[in-house]
Design a protein around this ligand. Sequence first.
Ligand code: CP
Length: 348
Amino acid sequence: MTCHWLAPDLTMSAQDYRTLLDAALSFKSRYPLHTEGTLRNRTIYFLFYNPSLRTRSSFQTGLMRLGGNAIVLDPLNGIYTPALADAEIPYATERVADVARVLSSYGDAIAVRMYGAPAGWVYGAAHRHLEAFAQASRVPVINMECDRFHPCQALADAMTLREQLGELAGRRLCIAWTYSGSWHKPVAVPQSLLLAAVKSGMDVTLAHPEPFALDPQVMQAAAAFADDTGARIRVTHDLRDGVTHAHAVYAKSWCGLGHLPTRHGDPVDEVAMRNTFEQHRDWCVDADIMGLATSGAGYLHCLPVDRGQEVTDDVVEGVSSWVFRQAANRLHAQNAVMAHLLNPGALS
Ligand code: CP
């Protein structure tokens, strides 16, 4: 059976995830001199339905340094847009199952980023799109961020937390919603992070205004992992309470799931979404808020960050900022993911 990387935060056991995390850190320590050739002559196709700086450039660079070839395809302008059966347009789209079969007859993996507008903002639709790729593909399909999960980001986040905090069991992580002038950020990052953190045994406090609750299914899965690892999960609707005594503060914006459509073709309730955001403009992490965390605590964000809205400049630029270490770890996390899928022996 082909091994995919669609929602490992949800599907991998805590033990397997920790093993991969250890392997990723070890692989990083051997990069680049002792990892060259790991993916020699392997080809991966990268399809981005949404913009990307980090994911695109770190995957391409990493694969090239491991000896492989990256081919980036623009699904919206350059190929026939891969579409599910109910969204096909003659000679403009091509069924996902057909695209997956064709690409998997040429290369070694297919990586897809899709969330938001290309999937009509229906929560879960983008993830189903990736699942359709995986069902038809004979090679691994990699999730480069969908509307539910961003597993490459979460692995890089877990690596960063381990490097900064050491053993993570019992360490306190605050995942906080913060304000942005845009409502268009998916819940993928906090959801994958929550799952990855509880698998590592961290005590997680989720801080968000009530309308920004995460997917109940993800919360349920996180609670089950927490039972397994001894992690604890707490939800608060007070940013200051959430940050207090944290060892790490991961604060970013995400959309309100309750304002998204449930049927394809229905609109986002943008007025309500915007109003909900505007009611919580004060949810911004600044030096005063960071001062509530444990001494030496770090600030994390997946980037791109809306400075002055999600977080102040002085926090991003300050000594407590781990954001550029996180961004650097995207390359190492994804190198490990590619090796895990295509040459697992290289990770041991
Ligand atoms: N964090 C992240 O996925 O960055 P990009 O959108 O630039 O890929």
